[in-house]
Design a protein around this ligand. Structure first.
Ligand code: URA
Length: 259
């Protein structure tokens, strides 16, 4: 199966096949147009799989730090959520990935299994990521703002975010991604320290932290399950993210962190 055919199949799986430009299915590059009037990037962005490394264990001290961080998260009692959790959910994927996807908090299934995005929303997220060559098995790391499940899946409380966010910051410092994708309002607002609505945060390149990592915002897959008409916009966001990622590769081919 050719790459465009595979992509068409993935898009069909997430329900955005109907509007896919015919030329893209036939083999031409799909237009990379940013939503909300952000700059058009004419160059074809490589599929992420073409440029991202396969999982590699972090060497020596880095690996020890990472495992220490994981142990801290798993035994954390910084907020009351530890009392109701089954287990904390550290994150999943390649600890040296070039992409990190950040969600909100574990749900019931994630709390039970100890892995982020494993319920229905997670299946949709995986399909969306696959459509741009990303997979938790190889080239992306997925984590949440909160590591423990809020009871009843309520929104995170400010004191819970304040207690937990430093863990995510340390994860980002350690992974050193080239691209951050915030899925949903809660992830976007907390990473960017803003209360702007999601609609205003999509379609622009934000930057995160001292390394100015490009950060893009899209819809949460649980929202897309409820509002499938917006899957098309989510696909535009992913295409935009892919084109921004390609630009980072041109600007700075290797930071020495990866082989
Ligand atoms: N929603 C999230 O934001 N994160 C998960 O891990 C699962 C569902």
């Amino acid at each position: 199966m050719s790459a465009p055919e595979r992509r068409a199949q993935y898009l069909q799986a997430i329900g955005v096949d109907l509007w896919l430009p015919r030329a893209a299915v036939a083999g031409a590059a799909a237009p990379l147009e940013a939503p909300g009037g952000a700059p058009h990037v004419p160059e074809r962005a490589p599929a992420v799989a073409e440029v991202a490394a396969a999982p590699a264990p972090a060497p020596g001290a880095e690996a020890a730090d990472w495992e220490q961080l994981r142990a801290q998260v798993l035994s954390c009692t910084r907020c009351a959520l530890h009392e109701s959790r089954t287990q904390a959910v550290f994150g999943v994927g390649n600890p040296r990935a070039e992409w990190m996807v950040i969600g909100e908090a574990p749900g019931a299934e994630e709390d039970r299994r100890g892995e982020p995005f494993v319920g229905r929303a997670g299946q949709l997220l995986d399909a969306m990521l696959r459509a741009v060559g990303l997979s938790r098995a190889t080239n992306v790391f997925i984590a949440n703002i909160l590591k423990c499940r809020p009871p009843g899946n309520r929104d995170p409380r400010p004191e819970e975010v304040a207690a937990c966010l430093p863990y995510l910051h340390r994860q980002i410092d350690s992974v050193r991604p080239r691209m951050l994708l915030a899925v949903g309002r809660i992830a976007a607002q907390n990473l960017l320290a803003t209360d702007a609505p999601l609609g205003r945060l999509r379609g622009r390149v934000h930057h995160f932290g001292e390394r100015n990592v490009p950060l893009l915002v899209t819809y949460h897959p649980a929202y897309l399950l409820r509002s499938p008409a917006d899957k098309r916009k989510a696909w535009e966001d992913l295409q935009f993210a892919r084109s921004v990622f390609a630009q980072t590769l041109n600007a700075e081919p290797n930071d020495g962190h990866r082989p």
